[in-house]
Design a protein around this ligand. Structure first.
Ligand SMILES: [Zn+2]
Length: 291
């Protein structure tokens, strides 16, 4: 599994940061979280757009979705035939329908839009759970949860039950097999299941209570638009400290801050964050995290 930050700027692009987008590679599938303007160009060397199956939009401020029409058009020019699923908060259907009718766009595949609130979205080997956040307009955060993976083969136990190494892939597929007249199950010859990876993305939000499903993630990706509370004023965003506080509240193992204001230097953000949370990193465009 791999996480690629395609855009880490708040509101508008700067010379070294594009606006919001994050790609999660899971098996052969790519899930895109937000798609600011210019996202398709950011993808060129790192993300195969033909593998994108689902796009999750956190909210409909321009810096989070204006890359959609260009991306969909390019997919169509590349002769895509598989449908694309787009998920977003209430209003998504109208906004995306307007986008797709804003010119002579001829998309040659199905674009399926689903408005979501907090209902789980099932995928192959994972699920995504949206949750409402506080951004002054309908806005969502998302929890990506990978299904638990089976434990490793216990070779000596398997051998004792008559399962030789060349049979591992067979029993892995079927879940059980008969050896010398007795049934052996996969659970008998493997260790305890390994916990699936959990990633939480805040979208844009003021500090808000995250749902139970968001607890104890491997990574929390949180917006940190401001450093000081004075600069933040009454905007519907979070400061570095507030993002760190949320990471502590939900027991995140690692925190990655994004949606960064160009007024701050990278080191300035890093120093501010390290005061409040140990395992924290400031995202940069093209930052890649292997999991
Ligand atoms: Zn916003």
């Amino acid at each position: 599994m791999k996480l690629v930050f395609l855009g880490t700027a708040s509101s508008k692009p700067s010379s070294d940061r594009n606006v919001s987008s994050i790609a999660i590679h899971h098996n052969r599938e790519i899930l895109l979280f937000d798609c600011g303007e210019g996202t398709q160009r950011q993808m060129l060397h790192l993300v195969k757009q033909s593998r994108i199956s689902k796009i999750f939009i956190s909210h409909f401020h321009g810096d989070h979705y204006l890359g959609l029409p260009g991306l969909l058009m390019t997919m169509s020019l590349n002769n895509r035939s598989a449908p694309v699923d787009i998920y977003g908060p209430p209003g998504a259907s109208t906004f995306i329908d307007n986008l797709l009718h804003s010119g002579y766009m001829d998309i040659g595949f199905e674009v399926r839009v689903t408005e979501v609130y907090d209902k789980k979205i099932a995928g192959e080997g994972y699920c995504v759970i949206p949750f409402p956040v506080d951004h002054g307009i309908p806005a969502l955060g998302y929890v990506f949860v990978e299904n638990d993976r089976r434990g490793s083969f216990n070779v000596s136990k398997a051998m004792a039950l008559g399962i030789r190494e060349e049979m591992f892939s067979y029993i892995d597929r079927t879940g059980s097999m008969v050896v010398d007249g007795s049934l052996v199950t996969l659970q008998e010859v493997t260790g305890p299941p390994k916990k699936g990876i959990k990633i939480v993305y805040s979208g844009d939000t003021r500090p808000v209570k995250f749902p139970d499903e968001a607890k104890a993630p491997d990574i929390l990706i949180h917006e940190a638009t401001f450093i000081s509370i004075e600069e933040k004023g009454d905007t519907y965003h979070s400061t570095v400290l507030e993002a760190c506080q949320t990471a502590k509240d939900i027991g995140a193992a690692q925190l990655v801050l994004t949606h960064l204001n160009s007024r701050y230097e990278h080191e300035e953000l890093e120093q501010a964050a390290q005061l409040y949370f140990d395992n924290v990193c400031i995202a940069k465009d093209f930052l890649t995290i292997e999991l």
